[in-house]
Ligand binder design. Structure first.
Ligand code: AMP
Length: 193
């Protein structure tokens, strides 16, 4: 089996993870998994997963770990079988320590390694400004507040988790799209060199 590289995008809602993941996917020969997009698509198409996930997504809570871990599992297995793809950008996964441990276990079984965990850092006030202009269902002010709290409580502990593993790169997310993108590319190159 070929070796696959994984890049993880961390950062609060509105930090630019999705945008930056797309820019980088286009530059590298990588595949982009946006768990949020995948969930919204499942909800729209009323799949079994969509029906189970809907109430969590619409209230800004995290979907239970088991569902998300299964999703990640089948995604990685599927990509492993696609010879032309050299890596995966995980955008919005992991979001809990349990998910991060499940990912670690999964990649131990396969020929996959985490190349870098990119934390897009941005002040809360900027987040509120950005998200209120986006118009997504879960971008209403009271839900944004909840999603930020969920991020601080459940996802932020991952910064220490990955820092302990020397995988964390913090990026200033409060710059232009192009500048954030070059900072990310520099950080990855620095690690590859
Ligand atoms: P996002 O598009 O990344 O902001 O995700 C939108 C919503 O999808 C989140 O508020 C959660 O309800 C759900 N979601 C996305 N990723 C995950 C994850 N890794 N674990 C649990 N729920 C998630």
């Amino acid at each position: 089996m070929k070796s696959l590289e994984v890049l993880i995008f961390l950062g609060p809602p509105g930090s630019g993870k999705g945008t930056q993941a797309e820019i980088l996917t286009a530059k590298l020969n990588f595949s982009h998994l946006s768990v949020g997009d995948l969930l919204r698509e499942n909800i729209k198409n009323k799949t079994v997963l969509g029906k189970l996930a809907a109430r969590y997504v619409s209230s800004g809570e995290l979907v239970p770990d088991e569902l998300i871990i299964d999703l990640m599992d089948s995604y990685i297995m599927n990509i492993k079988n696609q010879k032309e793809i050299s890596g995966i950008i995980l955008d919005g996964f992991p979001r809990t320590i349990n998910q991060a441990i499940a990912l670690e276990n999964k990649i131990k079984q396969l020929d996959v390694n985490i190349k870098s965990v990119l934390n897009l850092d941005i002040p809360d006030q900027k987040i509120l400004n950005r998200l209120s202009g986006r118009g997504r269902e879960d971008d209403k002010p009271e839900l944004i507040k909840n999603r930020l709290e969920v991020y601080r409580n459940q996802t932020e502990p991952l910064l220490e988790f990955y820092n302990d593993r020397s995988l964390l790169d913090s990026i200033n997310g409060d710059q232009s799209e192009a500048d954030v993108s070059s900072s990310i590319i520099n950080a990855i190159k620095a690690e590859v060199a």
